[in-house]
Every structure is written in C-alpha cells, then in structure tokens.
Design a protein around this ligand. Structure first.
Ligand code: NAD
Ligand code: UDP
Length: 311
C-alpha cells in the first residue's frame, strides 16, 4: 500500500512512518515542520519506499495514495496555543483537505483525534460514548474544538460521501523524539531531572493523566487501520492512571536526579482527571498497552540523556 502520513516528521508521525516501512509499505511523510523535524525521519531517507513532502495541510493537495494517517497538528499546549488561529485551521481545514483527497482517490483515512474531545471530563474513566465537557472559548479550545470539528467532518464525509474513515482518540502518549522544549509533562520532567533543574509541577500535582508508550500507540493505529469492523471513535491509551506528583517521583527515581520539585500556577482549563476506558479497543482490536510506565520512561530517559549529551 502507499501510505500518506501527515505530520510525518513529528513525534508520533516519525514512529508511524518507521513502522509502516517495516511492514513493507510505501510511505510519504507530509509536514510543514512547525513542531516536526527532518532529523526525526533522516534515518529513513535512504529507504527507496520513503518520500518526503514539505506542505501545509491547510492547503489542498492531491496524491495517489491508498491510506492516509492524518496526524498534522501541534499536540503540546505550549505549541498549539502559540498560534491558536493556525491550530484550529490546521485541524479543520486540514481535515477538509485530507478528506477531500481520500474521497477523490478512494483512500482509507485515519484521524489522530484526542482525549481532549472529552475536555475536563465529568465521567471517569472516559468511554467513547461520553460527549465531553469542553469549554468552547478557553485557551485550550483551539485544539479541543478543532479536533471535535475534525471528528464531525470525518463522520459526515463517511455518512454523506461514504469515505472509508477511522477515528482514534489518543490519550497522553510519550517516548523518544518528543521535543525537549515541547512543554508536555513527560519531556519537561525528564529534561529537568537530567539537567538537575527544578521539576515544575503545575497546580498541586493531584491532577491525573494516563501515559501510553509510543510503540503501544502505533500498534493500535495499525490494528485500527487494518480492520473492517468499526470506524470508531476508539480510545487508545494506557489505563494506568498517575498523579503528576507520582510521575515526578518516578522520573526522579529512574534518573537518580536530585532536582527539587517546585509548584507553579495551573494553566487555564487544565483537566483534573483523565483515564481511558479501552474496552472497545480490547474487544475489537484485541489491543492493550504492553509497556509499563517504568519501562517506557526508562527508554525515554535514555533517549533524552543521549540527546542532551550530544547537543
Ligand atoms: P507533534 O507536534 O510532534 O507532531 C505534529 C506534526 O504535525 C509535526 O511534525 C508538525 O510539524 C506537523 N504539523 C503541524 N501543523 C501542520 C500543518 N498545518 N501542516 C502540515 N504539518 C503540520 O505531536 P505528536 O504528539 O506527534 O501528535 C501527532 C498527532 O497526534 C496530532 O494530531 C495530535 O493532536 C495527536 N495526539 C497526540 C497525543 C500525544 O499524546 N502525543 C495525544 C492526543 C492526540
Ligand atoms: N504539567 C506539569 N508540569 C509541566 C508540564 C505539564 O505539572 O512542566 C501538567 C499539566 O498541567 C497537566 C499535565 O501535566 O495537568 C499533563 O500536561 P501535558 O501538557 O503533558 O498534557 P495535557 O494537559 O494536554 O494532557
């Protein structure tokens, strides 16, 4: 198959390109390099089945492909709030452009949606049936509402035009190739611990997240794309739930760092709790995460340690 990965030079996109090439597919990475880096995919460039395109998904494009994985969108709150208008354009116009292409060339298309569609959830853990609790006018709305509209577009292109869609709602995923200055909690804590700088906990640190290692998530993408039973949305994440204090302590213990913990203001609309119900993924995709937080953090720490030593 010829697979297009939008956001292919980003954290998840680069791992996905690598996996698709390993599975014997032709792969095209499309990226505008806002948060992605060519260095994330430079090791793949000698592969004859790999192509790279610099393009912005807010502009139309036509490529003859069989499968589209639509990942283009900054994912870290720091980056998606940097230019909120661009963020919502990326989600909405990007979805329209990619769905239009899928319709024209009869490609199957998967949307990288997010647990943020549940907002600050009033239901815990979150099941796919839950409609969410999202502020439409807050500082996270450009991302949350953009992703919600993208889901709507996917469902409407499916119902109206019979486009072959898949929707995956990704919960916090981490691993090698996150940007060191990305602003997300796992990369922040690890980089701070390795540099001996204070670990910044926002709020009182009692808020929870459920962290999935990247390899587990990519396996879920592949299984979702390759099956015919459901279009989604399906939750993809690790149901083990941790407070930010627990995460900080785990990072300190695994790095052996003496960094102090400091408390900073909680950003606006920061969800208090988040944990996926993955019953659907377990039953339809026969998928569940295999990599524990400790194992995944160790691999990620090794990556950042190497990156910092060579920078
Ligand atoms: P990332 O920032 O590393 O990757 C996003 C990629 O999209 C980057 O390479 C960036 O340059 C590219 N991009 C951004 N705007 C673009 C545009 N207008 N045109 C073309 N390319 C553009 O983030 P990630 O963690 O790899 O996230 C990938 C996708 O998964 C995103 O859609 C994100 O919303 C979704 N997601 C990720 C997580 C997570 O925890 N990692 C959670 C939920 C959803
Ligand atoms: N967070 C933190 N310190 C940091 C970065 C983030 O305590 O240096 C908190 C943040 O407030 C949130 C959680 O960690 O409660 C996860 O943040 P992230 O930006 O990684 O993802 P999201 O909020 O989108 O789930």
């Amino acid at each position: 198959m010829r697979c297009l990965v939008t956001g292919g030079a980003g954290f998840l996109g680069s791992h996905l390109c690598e996996r698709l090439l390993k599975d014997g597919h032709e792969v095209i990475s499309l990226d505008n390099y806002f948060t992605g880096r060519l260095s994330n995919i430079s090791h793949l460039r000698d592969n004859k089945s790999f192509e790279v395109i610099r393009h912005d998904v807010t502009e139309p494009i036509l490529l003859e492909v069989d499968r589209i994985f639509n990942l283009a969108c900054p994912a870290s709150p720091v980056h998606y709030q940097h230019n909120p208008v661009k963020t919502i354009k990326t989600s909405v116009m990007g979805a329209i452009n990619m769905l239009g292409m899928a319709k024209r060339v009869h490609a199957r298309i998967l949307q990288a949606s997010t647990s943020e569609v549940y907002g600050d959830p009033a239901v815990h853990p979150q099941k796919e049936e839950y409609w969410g609790n999202v502020n439409p006018i807050g500082i996270r709305s450009c991302y949350d509402e953009g992703k919600r509209v993208a889901e709507t577009l996917f469902m409407d292109y499916h119902r109206q035009n019979n486009v072959d869609i898949r929707i995956v709602r990704i919960f916090n995923t981490y691993g090698p190739r996150m940007l060191p200055n990305d602003g997300r909690v796992v990369s922040n804590f690890i980089v701070q611990a390795l540099k001996g700088e204070p670990i910044t906990i926002y709020g009182d640190g009692s808020q929870t997240r459920s962290f999935c290692y990247v390899d587990d998530l990519i396996e879920c993408f592949i299984r979702m794309m390759n099956q015919e039973k459901i279009v989604g949305p399906v939750n993809a994440g690790n149901p083990s739930e941790f407070t930010m204090i627990e995460l900080a302590k785990e990072v300190l213990s695994l790095t052996g760092s003496k960094s102090p913990i400091v408390y900073k203001d909680l950003p606006g609309d920061d969800p208090k709790k988040r944990k996926p119900d993955i019953t659907l993924a377990r039953s339809v995709l026969d998928w569940e995460p295999k990599i524990s937080l400790q194992e995944g953090l160790s691999k990620t720490i090794a990556y950042f340690d190497n990156l910092l030593k060579n920078s």
